[in-house]
Design a protein around this ligand. Sequence first.
Ligand SMILES: [Zn+2]
Length: 401
Amino acid sequence: MSRCQICASPLQSLIDFGPQPVCNRYLAAPDRNEFHHPLILAQCASDGLLQLARPWPSDEVRPRLEWISYKEPERHLDDLCERIAALPGVGSDTLIAGLSYKDEPVLTRLERSGFSKTWNVRLDELGILEPGSGMESIQNVLSLELAGKLRDHREAPGVIVVRHLLEHSNSVARTLEFLKAWARPGGIFILEVPDSEQTFRDLDFGTVWEEHVCYFTECTMGRAFHPYETSLLEVIRYPYTLEDCLIAIVANRPPQTALSPVNGALEKELVLGAGFKKGWQPLGIRCREALDSIRQNGGSTVIFGAGHRAATFINLLGLEKLITCVIDDDPRKAGLHLPGCQLPIVPSARLHAERPALCLLAASPDSEKVIMEKNKDYTNNGGRFASIYPRSPIAWAQLRA
Ligand SMILES: [Zn+2]
């Protein structure tokens, strides 16, 4: 039986999406023997944390293509760095450490504002040698032994910045125990995760991803640290179109008070999970009917942006037979096939040659305007863009029904 990442209570299965592919494993050609693993979304009945019931093996999730990396939002980092600089006990000679390329922009900003001791631990210092390794591999090597080695190598950090790793952790317990053992007593962890409350409420199925084990909300994030004998100081929310960023500032010391229950908090989380479960099949039917109707009228549909959001959106809603191809101008993806649906990835010239009736946008919402501007000819000739993101101003109408 799977147990909750935070409180170890038995998990309740919400949606079993069936066997799914690894979204970063683009195929050179359609392949009947593609790797699959069960994708099961579950929820803890005790604290409401949404999470995958069976985390995926990190060796399978590790990208086979070395150029794959993920860009996290950075607009909030100046503000975050000001807050780090103002933390009690943090001075220009405090050792501030990071664990991945996602932490680099924070450390660089802090260096520029006068912090002289930063250390972004390299992959080889973590003992990771396979090229292409990312968060899936980093989370997998964190151990008390590694924490000891890092402490022997350099003093224990006073601040550790960990952006977008906690939700990738197959064991939140292992990650937090590692951080506790690495940082100095009373040191501070800056833990950033995407907020899943709005995306789940909006039935944004592109948000479910095999690399994200935990789907935190402000409430479940706020209650994640107490069981691990650490003290939450603050949760900060930074709003974004795709999904907000949540940052927990946590001190490496046991909490001084018991975790007090918040009225209605658990119920709110359970309603969020239940709504997502209830909305899944009707949404798939609505989307398939709309695309089928386009096809019946002699038109076609394509999707723009060959990333994990497009793959999940198509695979989890069962749209693979109603979309003809995936448009993406990244030359490294040209000619490959998107995992799961196995649709071919083609450059945007195809948009003008084929003139599909609908082009669903699955690139970052921040780039939607640019894509539409670049491809004006397509819309001038009767084509239509619509976003797969419910919070986009041009969200596809089916998502909001
Ligand atoms: Zn729990």
